[in-house]
Design a protein around this ligand. Sequence first.
Ligand code: GFB
Length: 313
Amino acid sequence: MKYHAHTRIFVAGHRGLVGSAICRALEKRGFDNLIVRTSSELDLTDGARVEAFFRTEKPELVILAAAKVGGIQANSLYPADFILNNIAIESNVIQAALRHGCDRLLFLGSSCIYPRMCPQPIREEYLLTAPLESTNEAYALAKIAGLKMCEAINRQHAKHYLAVMPTNLYGPGDNYDLETSHVIPALIRKFHEAKTNRVPQVVLWGTGNPRREFLYVDDMADACLYLMLDTDTCALTNIGTGIDLTIRETAELVAQTVGYEGEIVFDHTHPDGTPQKLLDVSRLSSLGWKARTSLRHGLEMTYAAFLKGEARM
Ligand code: GFB
């Protein structure tokens, strides 16, 4: 490995679900020179400040986990924020990394970059072959722009910028705001509050029929470091488990984890989003990585963290 314990690594978005897991994983691997900034210390949408930060700190490796993210409702309600903030963050950080000589950068995308009606499981080659899902088109376009920036820089400047596309993530440190969260933290909170307050029924969104694949965030962080540090791949790579289930099945599993025994009903006035997005993980497997944490065990660890009050409520 050409990196050592004191390599200067900038983790953008270190307080988020993914960024915090990546910091934990880097520390576990013995890296002791992580450079982090909160959004109030460094606004990544401000190009001049990002440039000044790179000039002073000179990171050798960059992990771009900072992004405006949210669940289906936040994506539908705030598309302008999703496209504008994300393109600004990507453009500023990736350009500054290039300008200041970083050879290796990791860009975090999302499985929603693929077409809505994709053949399943989704292979990396299906990118840009058909229209996107409308509930998250703005976010997906921003993420596609980011991965294309990496590809273009690799081609023109012979760098090794790597874009990875994770499936839906969950784990400790998630956002539990019911208006903006993803489905797993929403289910944990809804079932926990219903159990605590003895409410006989919990209302979930959509039909319960869409299928989703969920990856525990510490597995995701492990995959990211493996690809970035232990391989020199620059190929767009899906990160997932290769297993999906319906939202109804997911809800039943979360209810069991939380110990909620009431009724689960679905409010069909809320959108389902894309019907299925199961990633094909054969490229990742052929590079030598496989997810380890079962959904049941991951949910138990996430609920334990929620109970400890780790949630940002
Ligand atoms: O996780 P989620 O918000 O986003 O929703 P997406 C997944 C599915 O769970 C949808 C259903 O079919 C929702 O209708 N669902 C049921 C709920 N009850 C709830 C609830 O209480 N809260 C939430 N949030 N969902 C996002 C994209 O898509 O996934 C992003 O919008 C990104 O761009 C992210 O790709 C990973 O899986 O539909």
